[in-house]
Each structure stands twice: as C-alpha cells, then as structure tokens.
Design a protein around this ligand. Sequence first.
Ligand SMILES: [Fe+2]
Ligand SMILES: [Fe+2]
Length: 321
Amino acid sequence: MPHQLPSSTFCPPNLTYFAPQNSIIILAARLREFHYTTKDTIASLTPLLQPHKADFVTDSFFSQLFMNPLTPLLHLVGSGITAYLLASQIRDAQTRPNVLAGFYFAESGSVPFLTKLRDRAQADGDLWLAEQLTQHANDERRHGQIFANALKQLGKEAITPENTADAATVNADKKEQKSPFFDAYYRYYSQAELKPDVIDWRVFLGSTHILEADACPDFRRMAQALEGVPGMEKIQAGILSVSADEARHAGYLKVAMQRRYGYVATESLINEWRSRKVDALMAMVGNLIERRGAMRTLAQDRVETTPVEPVGEDAKILTAA
Ligand SMILES: [Fe+2]
Ligand SMILES: [Fe+2]
C-alpha cells in the first residue's frame, strides 16, 4: 500500500494552483539572494570611488551613476512575479475576494492622504498641482468604489471594524500589521516624515509616480487574467478603467516633478524610487516565503443589504448585474 501524506499539511488539495506558485516563490528567493549580494558588492566599491567625485556632483547624482545595473532587469523579473501571483489569485474563485478587498483598502485608503496634500499644495500657491491632486483623490475614491462593487457582485464585502462582530481583533490586526513592502520602499523615512502635512514633495512625487506607473500594467494584466472566466466581464471592465486612470496619475506626477525640479533631478528621483521598488518587491517576496504564501483574510460574505453607492460610469457597469 503506497505511503500517504496527510493531505492538509503537505499536499494541498489544489495542486494545479499551488505547485507553479511555489516554483515562482523559490525562484524569487534565489533572485533575492543574488540581488542583495550584488548590492553589497556595489556598496563596498562606492567608498573607493567617492573621493574622486567633483564638488558639483551631488550624492544623489553620484549614487545614481553607480546604481545597481541589475535594477532594470530585477524590475522586469519582480514585475513578472507580481503579475503572475496577482493573475493566479484573481483567477482563483477562492482567493479572488481577498485580492479585490486588498485593492479596495489600498485605493480608498489613499483618498484622505491625497486630499490633505491637495490642501497643502493650495496653501503653497501651486494651484496646478492642487487641481491635479483633487482629480487624483476623486479617481481613487471611484476606484475604491469599483472594487467594493466587484466584491458585492461576488456576494462579499471588505472586512472593516464596522461590519464585523470582532472589531477589536480587526483593529489589533491593523495596528500590528506591518507591510514589508512599504517598510522597504520608504526605508530611512519615519512614519512622522511621511505624513501628508510634512512629507517632502520629492518623496511623495517620486514614490507615487513609480507606484502609479506600475499599477497601470498590473491592473491591465489582472483584467486580462479574468479573460474567459464566466461572469467576470463587468469586473474586468472596471479594472481596465482603473488601469487607464493609474497611467494618467503617473503622467501628471512626472510633469509635477519636472515643473518643480527640472529634467535631470526628475530622472534621478525616478531612478532612486525605481531602485527602492525593486528592494521592496524583494522584501515582499521574502515575507511571502516566510508566511508560505498565506494571506490575511480581508473579505467576508456580505451581511448587509445596504446597496453600495454607484460612482461614475464604471461603477454603473459593475452594479448592473
Ligand atoms: Fe487607483
Ligand atoms: Fe492612482
């Protein structure tokens, strides 16, 4: 009689889903080790070269010159891994609500931050930026609504302290929850320095530009992953419209940097945040390995009958069902 492993521990029931995902995570782990070895090598060479730099060359420009040459390659590989994981999770009916709830929180959670920045830009007299930020905040609010409506279509809703009996646990989870991605992305910046009333505009514009620029293809790939999945046409259309907005956000943030700091400094900022994004992706993959791919539960069966308010054309598409 063949030896049988306990199916719940070593042999997940859905092997076709887990097996390729594990291979990708192992590949990512190797890549992560390679990435940090290369970074250490470059860091050890930099002090040898530092004394020869001319006075007019800034630290930022200097570090950019010696930026990890693997960054563009690692960016491509990291984006590929993210795209693969997102695509497989949104195609899987079991993990789909969690992905949608994650984006609901991310999109709607950025609205108060952007609104405060809008007020600050207005107070600074930068009316052009204030106008762009107003539009940006409105778009993110609408994106949050699109994901809320997508969850509703699946009979689900995001778990918030208001709609769960265990509000204390949700609040405690939120407090304890640390994001390895954002910790690495904003490394050396304290929480206090990242608040909207004090954040350095270069940090906000550079970091958000990269996140928005990458969100555009990520959402597009997610929408493509739903191709052929029955009943997903409306959710797919909503995600595609989000993708188009993210491209516009990336565009205005780059123009905002160019207006304030000029072409060279903008390119330098973009390179710095691109490099930080690669570090952050690697940190996220590392965390995923430690947690063996487990995700916190963000969605539950819909318990309220209150309709989700439709916002804009895309929300109309999603609530038409
Ligand atoms: Fe968005
Ligand atoms: Fe956006």
